[in-house]
Ligand binder design. Sequence first.
Ligand code: PXG
Length: 459
Amino acid sequence: MSTLRERHDTAGWQALDRQHFLHPFTDHKSLHEHGTRVITRADGVYLWDSEGVRLLDAMAGLWCVNVGYGRHELADVAAAQMRELPYYNNFFKTANPPAIALSALLAEVTPPQFSRVFYAGSGSEANDTIVRLVRRYRDVRGEPKRKTIISRWQGYHGSTVAGASLGGMSAMHEQGDLPIPGIVHIDPPYWYGLGGELSQEEFGLKAARLLEEKILELGPETVTAFIGEPIQGAGGVIIPPMNYWPEIERICRKYGVLLVADEVICGFGRTGNWFGCETFGFKPDLMAMAKGMSSGYLPIGGVMVSDEVANTLIADGGEFYHGYTYSGHPACSAVAERNIRIIRDEGLVERVRTDTGPYLQARWRELGEHPLVGEARGVGFIGALELVKDKATRTRFDPLGETGTICRDFCFKNGLVMRAVWDTMIMSPPLIMTRAEIDEFIALARRCLDLTAEAVGVK
Ligand code: PXG
């Protein structure tokens, strides 16, 4: 049997793609002027395209391939499960062994307040579930007016109607007549962009207190939950000052507001702990997960629900009218379970915390000396570079986004995948990346920064 890869050459794939495939988050007119780059295989931290060109993937796919590519063990687990029981639902008093085993393992690796999980097929679905859960919880408690959810500008929580409403991407809101009612936003803890003359600590408290102001403005009796990513990923790797999350937690507790961590990017080791909330020192009531949960090998997401919230729903809630055909899918669950065991058995979280994470961050900070880079920041295996016209005054390029795109294109041309969020360059590599691969990555990134600086006339 020929593999798909052997059936067409690059031009053939591009032609079919152009005719039939609507891509996610894509301007198709501009895409097809050049044709898509067809990625055909991957191993470790590397991808290969249909022309045989190798790329170092410093984005782990889309922030998700935590254990790296080429894990045949995961393919074997999926194949075995699909032979035995490819699908059955978990709705009508039934369950399947992989979903049960995964639930028990999640209870072990997540913080102690969690022992139960609700499954989804993606991060967006996990966040939709959260919207349903935090509203249902209030009805069950006899607080029917407490329905508003507070989130943040530049947050990303998915692309479904509820996910995009929770998110703070104004361009997404404009295209979808969003947000839906009952979701409001506050400014993010983006020190480089919004901190002005304040120290990190001063700004951390100021940014957190925006939550208190918003709760008081709306009336605490109307607010059910606050949701945030420990580090805002797609918004540009916005890393809050260390005092931000503890202050957010204090405010949530003071007003009886549920605290929700969207761990879709930060979860499963990315920040050097199993979950971002551990790195930033807070205890969420609910936690959205996806991406690194299966390292992207199969689609799966879920919501960890604290014992307090779960027990309320179980004791007094009756049936919760919510769930997906693929909630607890056997093959996806089996792959997620084995993936989490790999992360645990290979000590990947600890390696990122104590060895390769600090090394990567030290080397990444060296790029902060580059004339084009206003700030190099990061934690564990996630980071950002702010490309600016003038470092001293933090003056950005005009129009914003052009320089980031130029830099991203140089990366692609030179065998490196980094993402650009406007003029902020992002990295989020597989957690298995070695020191030698980190050195190769930093050398490539520096080269692309040099080429970009030359192209935009920064010396
Ligand atoms: N929450 C967070 C924090 C995410 O980063 C989602 C939820 C939604 O997950 P799904 O599985 O429904 O996509 C995400 C997804 C980008 C980019 O360009 C980031 C995501 C998705 C697509 C593009 O950085 N993150």
